[in-house]
Write a protein that binds this ligand. Structure first.
Ligand code: GAP
Length: 431
């Protein structure tokens, strides 16, 4: 078995329509990537599974989709205007800038000396509306969490939940990273899936432990190898400004063990700060008899979609020998596979086979929309192509189909084929 490298993953992702470099015809744009047809299908499948698992399958969770822009006071209150920064150094000679914690003593470009370490705020600063003065300043959100905290009161007022309960959101977040790198690992425009789980202050440890396990369960569900995920306790001084305890879940990426997602105990930092800055009471009643109120504390599991996709691609990328041919295939769990099945007529130039194959394809698409028609090249080439994009099964319509309405289903991982009736197809595909 040969090594899984970033070169192999990036090349397959581009060649087969998963992820393209941003603004590619203009030479690319550092930190920005575009998802192609298979990439967006994969991304949606992952997000849908997350939403089903953490929102729809529970009755203590509320999903929202907040605006990306918020009043700048919200980012001042949350501490991001002051503290959401990375240490940066500038080379005195070539003026290039680097993250201070990622370079040595000399400039890697020209060997020059660095100036003083400065803090660089990673929020993209924008002007909203036609005026460009300070009053019009806002920021592209650097985490989706912000929109959750400012909607806390809305959820309480509309649904009256009791603690503990959570608010979940999936959406874009933006960070002006000093050094975007490693494909979709560190980008400037990303997608996050976040939960703020509100608890009684004295119960935070219990819920922190519970969410640790939920995180592993999610990665197992999408098919990221558990053996490759490691917990790392973040020490005092290294945690984000709002956190009293953080565990980074790290993955063994081809370029090293790096953060995949995080779990933080944000205390009542955010709700208290927003209550103070907005003047709105964000406490909740925890005892109906005494009327005792508290500002809830919060446990935050925070997932980066792009990193989940990268970890998944690295997990499922497989090279093996099938028959006497070597091949590359993506061993996707069918639930996340962008294409669940491919349908082929055995021969492209036999109208009766093509017509029957179209009929089977159209019927199957009604129950399994993520399927693909393929009649290009010979059957061996079609199998290789589908293997490379991780399609779990290929369905071939041949002359026997015309007689008894059975088709062959070929399994991606084993290459083994079986004959099944067309009436049972959707069950086989979804299995
Ligand atoms: N709300 C908490 C929060 O945003 P974070 O550790 O800064 O915490 C959470 O980010 C997750 O978002 C990370 O674990 C990672 O998966 C993803 N993420 C953060 N910055 C990223 C970047 N520049 N590119 C890709 N993903 C990123």
């Amino acid at each position: 078995m040969s090594e899984v490298t970033m070169e192999k993953i990036v090349s397959l992702a581009k060649r087969r329509g998963f992820v393209y470099p941003g603004s590619e015809i203009y030479g690319g744009f550092s930190g920005f990537w575009d998802y192609g047809p298979l990439g967006i299908a994969l991304k949606r499948n992952i997000e849908n599974l997350w939403w089903r698992m953490f929102v729809e399958n529970r009755d203590d969770m509320f999903g929202i989709d907040a605006a990306i822009f918020m009043q700048k006071q919200a980012w001042e209150a949350s501490g991001h205007v002051k503290g959401f920064s990375d240490p940066m150094v500038e080379c005195k000679k070539c003026k290039k800038r680097f993250r201070a914690d990622q370079v040595g003593d000399a400039c890697p470009e020209c060997g020059g000396n660095f100036g003083e370490v400065r803090q660089f705020n990673m929020m993209f600063k924008m002007h909203v509306g036609a005026t460009e003065d300070e009053s019009a300043v806002s920021y592209l959100r650097p985490e989706t969490a912000g929109g959750i905290f400012v909607n806390f009161k809305n959820i309480i007022d509309s649904f009256h939940p009791k603690l503990p309960f959570g608010i979940a959101q999936i959406g874009k977040a933006f960070r002006n990273e000093i050094a975007p790198r490693d494909f979709i690992f560190r980008v400037r425009e990303m997608e996050q899936m976040e939960i703020e789980y509100f608890v009684r202050p004295d119960e935070w440890e219990r819920w922190f432990v519970a969410w640790r396990e939920e995180i592993f369960m999610f990665f197992e569900a999408i098919g990221v190898a558990r053996d490759f995920i490691h917990e790392s306790e973040i020490g005092d001084g290294d945690r984000a400004h709002y956190s009293k305890r953080t565990i980074d879940f790290e993955y063994d990426f081809p370029f090293g063990r790096k953060e995949l997602c995080g779990l933080a105990y944000r205390t009542d930092f955010d709700l208290s700060a927003h209550a103070k800055a907005s003047g709105v009471d964000l406490s909740v009643v925890v005892n109906d008899v005494t009327g005792e109120k508290v500002i809830p504390h919060v446990i935050e599991p925070s997932f980066g979609v792009d990193r989940a996709i990268l970890a998944l691609l690295a997990s499922v990328y497989t090279e093996d020998t099938l028959g006497d041919e070597t091949r590359v295939y993506l061993k996707f769990n069918p639930i996340v596979a962008p294409i669940k099945a491919a349908v082929f007529p055995l021969l492209k130039n036999k109208p009766e086979l093509v017509a029957k194959a179209r009929e089977v394809y159209t019927e199957l698409k009604k129950t399994v929309p993520q399927i693909m028609w393929d009649d290009n090249g010979n059957i061996g080439k079609r199998y290789r192509r589908q293997d490379e994009i991780g399609t779990p099964v290929c369905i071939t319509i041949d002359f026997q189909t015309l007689e008894d309405d059975t088709v062959t289903i070929r399994n991606r991982d084993t290459g083994v084929q079986e004959r099944v009736s067309t009436s049972l197809l959707s069950k086989h595909v979804l299995a």
